[in-house]
Write a new protein. Structure first.
Length: 638
């Protein structure tokens, strides 16, 4: 690496100063050596003449001696007094801040790299970036990006690490945004709030509650940060409610190319609609203004139906319920239906609360089939009911890992049958605030694939009893599971949203369009060998969905569940043959626009990663230091 050198210009003040310093030093040294060698001049130390009287002890007047005596006494006393005052009256603010500026943090990371390993929630992806920073303000984000771009290095924005595909992880550099978690402003007149991107969804719900406000919809897990939730196009459920990115009405983006920019439908609308779902590829989302609604309670009703019953009632249920989802249980005739609606009257709310207080089946009896099956493989005389006290999802996890194991289709079918029995007993009513009701216990660590496709241009245009593309997809999926004897665990989760105006949303479409989201799953046991086997089986499972179903229904991946890049285990040949053609079919013009804007906002791919390289390709000037002449300055080689 080239070592920076001092300028060689003759007019440099620094150079002149250095020349004078060394010239003076050389003159003094020569004079001393001459005196020592020849002893010329009496009174020169090292010379040959005698020392004068009182040499080194000059005569002082009485006044000077008095002043010297005074300062010998005064200075120690005053110094002690100052130390006492400083000890008893400490500064409220330290002279040196506790937090170094980003430039110094970056320099420190070069000398002492990070050694902490980042792992996503499912434990399926991890990275140990040598540069790991936790900015606390937009200006710090901008500064970190500026330094990284100048050095030709990467800093990937990261949230809570919940994405199953680890899209926010990078082995090069990471900006963890959890320290930017403030509620900036609340505008009740406009029903809008402005937040920093690192605030978590449940944290925001709690902050909005005193204002009588809440988010329009919630995804299954509420630990996401707002930045990650919107950037990957996450969603809740409700056929007339758009994905979460559509709640964003304005945003601020810190970019390596142009610094911080503000975007909205009024300011650069095309770029705004791209940036809302751009998975961190255009810059770092630092702030978002969100559309909110009045805080409200929901009445959730859970019941089971057969696939035939679902088909007869499907369109009516979609049209009548604000929130609805289906949980298909493979190898059974059971579909769990979960609806949630605001109470129509105080009387309806009170009746629902009474039903919740007096469930038809006691909680400990609901898991009876699951506990009996677990006892058959893990019970003993000393502990005939090892599953006592465990919930349904925990029992499912231990059951799949027990017996013949999670890849034995017959065993998984038995576990699914026991879970279906649980859901039949768990039918009933629940009442709570929307942020409490719309969540879902997803179980333990898992592999997940979720895809989305349009069902119809309009929900209201569907006729009750009509065949619909979403249920046809489910028929095809269940048939593939049965034909290939896939050890498909429960549930196959099916949800709906309306369309999003974000160009890269998996549900991109008109406001009235109806979109379906389907998720398939396999749970991961703790043992490394079994985890590896489940991982291989899940990859085979997802290839069936990706090659036989997604093209047929023009489906797209949920961005947080698209496995790509070196760490995914997906070969490049498969990316070229399966993934990129499917992305081009769904997002061709939008991806082209994304690349054009990226060439300006992040020309060197500073915010990218192996995942973004695999999905959208490398940036135009990737790896090149920005703002530095080629062959000169920082990072250049000799």
């Amino acid at each position: 690496m080239r070592v920076p050198t001092l300028p060689s210009r003759t007019g440099s003040s620094l150079e002149q100063l250095l020349r004078r310093h060394f010239a003076t030093a050389r003159t003094h040294t020569a004079a001393d050596e001459t005196a020592r060698a020849f002893g010329r001049g009496a009174g020169i130390p090292g010379g040959g003449g005698p020392l004068p009287p009182n040499f080194g002890r000059p005569e002082l007047s009485a006044g000077r001696r008095a002043a010297a005596t005074f300062f010998r006494v005064f200075l120690p006393v005053s110094g002690a007094a100052m130390m006492y005052y400083a000890y008893t009256n400490p500064d409220k603010e330290a002279l040196v801040g506790k937090r170094y500026p980003p430039e110094l943090q970056y320099l420190a990371a070069q000398q002492t790299p990070n050694t902490d390993t980042l792992v996503n929630w499912s434990g399926t992806h991890e990275a140990t970036p040598p540069r790991l920073f936790q900015p606390e303000s937009e200006s710090e984000v901008e500064a970190f990006l500026r330094v990284a771009a100048r050095r030709g290095e990467r800093l990937r924005p990261a949230g809570s690490g919940l994405s199953p595909n680890g899209a926010a992880l990078s082995g090069e550099g990471v900006l963890a945004l959890g320290g930017m978690d403030q509620l900036v402003s609340v505008d009740k007149a406009k029903m809008q709030v402005t937040v920093q991107a690192g605030v978590r969804v449940q944290q925001l719900a709690d902050l909005l509650a005193p204002h009588g406000l809440t988010l329009q919809n919630y995804a299954s897990i509420r630990e996401q940060q707002i930045g990650g939730l919107t950037q990957v196009g996450a969603h809740g459920n409700g056929a007339r409610i758009p994905p979460c990115d559509e709640q964003v009405v304005a945003l601020r983006l810190a970019t390596p190319g142009l610094g911080v920019i503000s975007l909205s439908e009024q300011e650069e609308p095309e770029l705004f609609r791209l940036a809302r779902v751009s998975f961190g590829s255009l810059g770092v989302l630092t702030q978002a203004t969100l559309r909110v609604v009045r805080r409200h309670q929901l009445i959730e009703r859970t019941f089971t139906a057969s696939p035939a019953e679902v088909k007869r009632n499907h369109v009516r249920w979609l049209q009548e319920n604000k929130h609805i989802k289906y949980l298909y249980i493979p190898y059974t005739d059971t579909v769990v239906v979960v609806t949630a609606n605001p109470p129509a009257s105080p009387q309806q709310l009170e009746a629902a609360q009474q039903q919740q207080a007096a469930p038809a089946v006691a909680p400990e009896q609901r898991t009876e089939a699951l506990r009996k099956l677990y006892a058959s493989v893990a019970g003993s005389a000393a502990d005939p009911d090892p599953g006592a006290g465990m919930g349904a999802t925990a029992l499912r996890d231990v059951l799949l890992a027990a017996g013949p194991g999670p890849l034995d289709a017959a065993w998984v079918a038995q576990v699914n049958a026991a879970e279906a029995d649980y859901w039949r007993r768990a039918t009933g009513t629940r009442v709570g605030w929307s942020d409490q009701i719309l969540g879902f216990d997803c179980g333990g660590q898992q592999w997940v694939l979720e895809v989305a496709f349009q069902v119809a241009p309009s929900l209201d245009a569907l006729k009750p009893g009509a065949q619909t593309r979403d249920l046809q997809f489910m028929d095809d999926l269940l048939a593939e599971i049965k034909k290939n004897k896939i050890a498909a665990a429960s549930p196959l989760e099916v949800r709906w949203t309306s369309g999003s105006s974000s160009s890269l949303s998996p549900a991109a479409g008109t406001p009235h369009s109806l979109h379906c989201w389907v998720g398939v799953i396999m749970y991961l046991p703790p043992e490394p060998e079994k985890r590896a086997a489940v991982t291989d089986a899940f990859r085979a499972y997802t290839r069936i969905v990706e090659t036989r179903l997604m093209p047929k229904y023009n489906a797209a991946w949920h961005w947080a569940k698209l496995e790509a890049g070196a760490a995914s285990g997906r070969p490049e040949a498969e990316m070229a043959a399966v993934v990129r053609p499917r992305l081009a079919a769904r997002y061709g013009p939008a991806l082209a626009a994304l690349k054009r804007y990226r060439a300006v906002l992040d020309p060197a791919g500073t915010c990218g990663s192996d995942w973004t390289d695999a999905v959208i390709g490398p940036a135009p000037q990737q790896g090149k230091p920005q703002g530095v002449e080629a062959g000169k300055g920082e990072g250049a080689e000799k």
